[in-house]
Design a protein around this ligand. Structure first.
Ligand code: GAR
Length: 205
């Protein structure tokens, strides 16, 4: 299927490994998207530095520079719109987005979470899954709604939890799958292969 490059914006807060995996997949032509801008809410985020090194447009919008959450989300949406972004990709972006923000990108904001949702939403998901004693975990890519990791699920990847795992080794195994799954889902969206019926998301293979 031939698709026009989908203009995406990537929101980050930290390490930036998912942003890099997406940028690699875009650069080698396996995902028909264009990264219009990378935006961080933290000036010290390594992701910003990595994005700039790749020649991507990257900037920081710091919440403390805005009088309210609403004002921050408005500025964020305005920046993304100004850059022509149609799909907002959260890649380790650690802020909840308001309904006002989401309304400006209908079915146009996605997130990756390092657990098999709806299990273990929120922070430190890999550690929570390990402490619970699950035998399988993984990652989930989902549309974003105003809740914490509650939006409709697009795709999941499963990894085993081994007896000698630590939270760190489990997180590393999950991260490998994140880097594979996230670009793949962006490709499906760019190719118009994703449809939704209520909460149920279908992908045309
Ligand atoms: C990733 O593991 C991602 O799944 C997780 O943050 C990490 C960011 O790493 N996101 C969440 O926990 C969201 N609830 P990265 O900056 O190297 O991509």
């Amino acid at each position: 299927m031939v698709a026009r490059p989908l203009p995406i914006g990537i929101l980050v807060s930290g390490r930036g490994s998912n942003m890099e995996a997406i940028a690699d997949a875009v650069a080698c032509g396996s995902v028909p998207a264009r990264i219009q801008v990378v935006i961080s809410d933290r000036p010290e985020a390594r992701a910003l530095e990595l994005a700039r090194r790749r020649g991507l447009k990257a900037c920081c919008l710091e919440p403390r520079d805005y009088p309210s959450r609403q004002a921050y989300d408005q500025a964020l949406a305005a920046t993304l719109k100004k850059e022509g972004v149609e799909l907002v990709v959260l890649a380790g972006f650690m802020r909840l987005l308001s309904q006002d923000f989401l309304d400006q990108f209908p079915d146009g904001v996605i997130n990756i979470h390092p657990a098999l949702l709806p299990a273990f939403p929120g922070l430190n998901a890999q550690r929570k899954a390990w402490e619970y004693g699950v035998k399988f975990s993984g990652c989930t890519v989902h549309f974003v709604d105003a809740g914490t990791d509650t939006g409709p699920i697009i795709a999941q990847a499963v990894v085993p939890v081994k007896d000698d795992d630590t939270p760190e080794t489990l997180a590393a195994r999950i991260l490998v799958e994140e880097h594979r799954l996230y670009p793949e889902v962006i490709k499906w969206l760019a190719e118009g292969r994703v449809t939704m019926q209520g909460r149920r998301v279908k992908v045309k293979i």
